[in-house]
Design a protein around this ligand. Structure first.
Ligand code: ADP
Ligand code: MG
Length: 860
């Protein structure tokens, strides 16, 4: 159960009544240096503005005199007291009767806003007077400190006596303030703002309620809210800049400044002191931060909490729902003039812009409100655009009394700005605000508190009168009864035959006895009634208690439901988060696996690369080896060839020499014919050791490599005998017969690998048309690459010859001493020489290369 804020009661009684915003105008007296005046008060509700001379001349008399009407106009002679009585007193009355009020001053700087609101010593303004009136009215009915406790959200809690007492003790121990507020040290500036004879009081105050006053003081500067009562530890070395506050909305959509200090004050003096404290803080901040005070709005909020007393009339009823909180907002707005007037620069200009902005928002809000009310539209009022309007929102769209004092300085310099102020004031008057509902005061003027007092007084009086305890009858019955007592007749007996006195006395006593009986009866009856009444009230309070408990139960139920909802929400959220975590985990796993596989691949690639590198290196060294080998071989080969060529050339040279010599011999034959037989001897001289098997008259080649004249077929080597299938069987007597040879039709690797000699039997046609058979021989050796290569070394030629053809041949040419023709032998020498070299040159050629022109061996 939250504190009921009467600004917007949950169940408003049908209240369609509205009141326009009360706009009052106060004209301050001209300053000493001002000469020209542009305002004239023509009645107590109207003023007239006339343009100053300079302006009129400039604008060709365009400005006429304009009149503005207000609820009331206060001229220069108006006292602060008069103004208060008209403007603020009704608001304070309302406050005490649980209604809210807003009072603000509007006008240009220097027009008397602060003077009107705060005043000066001896000339207290609306604020100190309001405080004074409040305390004058509720003073004796105030609750003890800390019985009411603001809940920081516009509401108010009620503390029980014990808690309140503890809080009080805590406060007393913390501050060394004397308990009696009246003896406090008051700022002399504020001490005598209101003279005692000016004190006023509210009319009807519910005496059966208990009251407490709380004040807050804030400043709105540059659209930031600062708490002027906030106690911050002062740091002289590095003073902290003030922290701004924020606006919040409570559950009833009423605005409040979150975390704003609310000070409970018990007397006018104490309230003044708090106000002064705020003023001082404001002054210091403005000086330190180089602000212009005319650019800030100051808001002083007076909150009044009231709650009914309990049945005994001693304590506040411990029921928050019974607490009523009303508030009065006293606002001293910033100067309404436009920025250009104050020649501000930089930051100040921007701030000024913001301040003007907030006043502009106020104007806009008022405009929209007026339009909505006049045209029945439902446009949104931009309260939120500035802090000032946002804070006042509830006054305009809720209920309460709003009053504005428009302050004007009649000096001519202010004319243009004053005109704007007047227009705003006129517009504001057209805005209507819901009238606050009348809340009946619980008792009547003579309430429980008073009745109790009267009863107590009566009792003491009676006791005094009768000198003994008196029953608790109501005074009227008692009086009746007392009056019905006749005084006792005289009881002195005049004589022995006086028979009148005694019976009269008896009669009187009997009457008294009767009355006494009656009284006892009456007393018993009344006692029963009081008992019944007491029971009744007891029952009532019990019922109240039950109601309260039910309410609490409901609230707790709601709370439980809320918490359940919250738990549900959190559970859902946690499930969602779990799901997300799961997904993330999975993704992480996938990524990790990816990473692993990539790493693996990287490693294998690196290994492969290394292998390849080493292979390459190995290859390189091998290639280098091969190259050097080949180079060496070729070097040797070249050397050999060069040598052979040299020999050949020498041979040729020698042959030519020989020929020339023979020619010379032929030419000189006629003279010396018997010189011819000398040649063989010369030949013998020349090459006796080199050619043992050459009886030819023609000199043979000197340095021919000794060739194999015979086949090695009979040796111990293993042969590959290659006979192509195309060969024709010639039926010859001499056939190569190589023992232990592998016979093949085509050379193959396997056969070659097992043998070290190779022979190819090749048939071809000779120049005479006969078939000749050649045995091409070679050596098999292993290549580096692991294969087999054949190096041809020799060719044996086998030829069949027709005997007829052979004799014919012989005839046709001269034969040598060994039976061979001379010519052939001659050419054979040359051929042999050249072939010797050729064979050397071709000896390295691979298999399949056939050497032609080898010296032919003829087999008969
Ligand atoms: P504002 O707050 O609008 O800037 P102030 O209240 O500070 O203006 O007034 C400026 C000066 O004028 C002050 O010195 C104040 O005492 C004086 N002043 C304003 N209004 C009146 C008035 N009605 N009677 C006498 N002096 C006034
Ligand atoms: Mg001021």
């Amino acid at each position: 159960m939250k504190g009921k804020t009467p600004r917007r009661p949950p169940k408003k009684p049908s209240n369609n009544q509205k009141d326009p915003v009360g706009v009052y105008c106060r004209v301050r007296p001209l300053g000493a240096e001002d000469e020209e005046c542009c305002i004239e008060v023509i009645s107590n509700t109207t003023i007239q503005l006339h343009a100053p001379d300079g302006l009129k001349a400039n604008r060709n008399g365009e400005f006429k005199e304009t009149q503005y009407s207000f609820k009331k106009v206060f001229g220069i002679k108006t006292t602060q007291r008069e103004l208060f009585a008209d403007v603020a007193k009704p608001l304070v009355e309302d406050l005490i009767h649980c209604k809210n009020g807003l009072l603000f001053t509007y006008g240009v700087t220097g027009s008397g806003k602060t003077y009107t609101m705060t005043g000066s010593p001896g000339q207290g303004g609306l604020l100190p007077r309001s405080l004074d009136m409040i305390f004058n009215s509720i003073g004796p009915y105030q609750a003890k400190r800390y019985v009411f406790k603001p809940d920081d959200k516009n509401g108010m809690e009620v503390q029980n006596q014990v808690d309140a007492l503890l809080d009080r003790q805590k406060r007393d121990s913390q501050t060394s303030v004397p308990k009696t507020p009246t003896t406090r040290r008051i700022d002399p500036e504020f001490a005598d703002m209101i003279s005692p004879e000016e004190a006023c009081k509210a009319g009807e105050v519910d005496e059966d309620s208990s009251y407490s006053v709380f004040v807050s003081y804030i400043e709105i500067y540059n659209n930031y809210i600062y708490d002027l009562l906030e106690e911050t530890p002062f740091d002289p070395i590095k003073p902290k800049p003030p922290q701004s506050k924020i606006l919040r909305e409570d559950q009833n959509h009423n605005m409040y400044v979150a975390g704003c200090t609310e000070v409970e004050v018990k007397s006018t003096e104490e309230a003044f002191e708090v106000f002064w404290r705020g003023q001082k803080k404001r002054r210091i901040a403005n000086t330190q931060l180089n602000r212009e005070s005319s650019r800030s709005h100051s808001v002083f909020i007076i909150k009044l909490a009231q709650a009914p007393l309990d049945a005994d009339g001693d304590n506040v009823l411990q029921d928050k729902s019974q607490v009523n909180v009303s508030q009065l907002c006293l606002v001293d707005l910033a100067g309404s003039e436009r920025t250009s007037r104050t020649r501000a620069e930089g930051n100040r200009l921007r701030e000024a812009g913001n301040i003007n902005q907030s006043l502009m928002t106020l104007r806009t809000c008022i405009e929209v409100l007026r339009e909505n009310q006049m045209c029945g539209t439902n446009k949104m009022v931009p309260y939120r655009d500035s802090k000032v309007t946002h804070l006042f929102k509830n006054y305009f769209d809720g209920e309460g009394k709003v009053r504005m004092v428009v302050c004007v300085n009649p000096k001519a310099d202010d004319y243009e700005e004053t005109l704007l102020v007047m227009r705003f004031a006129e517009m504001t008057q057209e805005v209507e605000v819901a009238r606050p509902v009348d809340r009946p005061i619980c008792g009547f003027a003579a309430g429980r508190r008073q009745r109790n007092q009267a009863f107590k007084d009566e009792l003491t009086h009676r006791l005094e009168e009768r000198g003994g305890p008196v029953d608790g009858e109501s005074p009227t019955v008692l009086n009746q009864l007392l009056q019905s007592f006749h005084p006792l007749p005289p009881c002195e007996i005049s004589g022995p035959n006086d028979d009148v006195t005694l019976p009269r006395l008896i009669d009187a006593l009997e009457k008294r006895h009767k009355i006494r009986k009656l009284m006892v009866e009456e007393y018993n009856k009344t006692g029963k009634i009081t008992l019944l009444r007491a029971q009744d009230s007891n029952l009532l309070s019990k019922e109240n208690f039950i109601q309260e408990q039910r309410g609490r139960l409901g609230e707790k139920d709601k709370m439980i439901q809320n918490q359940k909802n919250e738990i549900d929400r959190l559970e859902k959220k946690s499930k969602m988060l779990e799901y997300k975590i799961d997904i993330l985990q999975k993704t992480t796993n996938i990524y990790e696996e990816d990473k692993r596989s990539l790493q693996h691949e990287l490693e294998s690639r690196e290994q492969r690369l290394q292998r390849e590198m080493s292979e390459k290196r190995r290859m390189e060294t091998r290639m280098q080896g091969i190259v050097t080998d080949a180079k060496l071989k070729w070097e040797k080969e070249c050397e050999r060839r060069v040598n052979a060529k040299q020999l050949e050339m020498q041979n040729k040279l020698w042959v030519k020499d020989e020929k020339l010599k023979q020619l010379k011999a032929i030419v000189t034959e006629g003279k010396t014919e018997n010189r011819q037989p000398q040649r063989p001897s010369r030949e013998k001289d020349k090459v006796p050791a080199k050619r043992s098997v050459s009886p030819s008259p023609v000199p043979t080649g000197p340095l021919v490599r000794p060739l194999h004249r015979r086949s090695h077929s009979a040796g111990g080597e293993r042969w590959v005998d290659h006979k192509p299938t195309t060969n024709v069987d010639l039926d010859t007597v001499l056939q190569p017969n190589i023992p232990n040879a592998i016979k093949v039709n085509a050379p193959n690797e396997k056969a070659l690998s097992k043998c070290d000699k190779y022979v190819l039997t090749h048939q071809e046609f000779a120049s005479d048309g006969e078939i000749q058979t050649k045995l091409i021989k070679g050596e098999v050796f292993k290549t580096r690459g692991g294969g087999q290569a054949v190096q041809f070394t020799d060719i044996e030629t086998l030829k069949q010859e027709n005997p007829v053809a052979a004799s014919r041949k012989r005839r046709s040419s001269e034969t040598g001493p060994d039976g061979e023709p001379m010519e052939r032998n001659w050419t054979n020498v040359e051929t042999r020489c050249s072939v010797a070299v050729e064979m050397r040159a071709g000896s390295n050629l691979g298999p399949g290369y056939q050497h032609h022109g080898y010296p032919k061996r003829r087999k008969p």
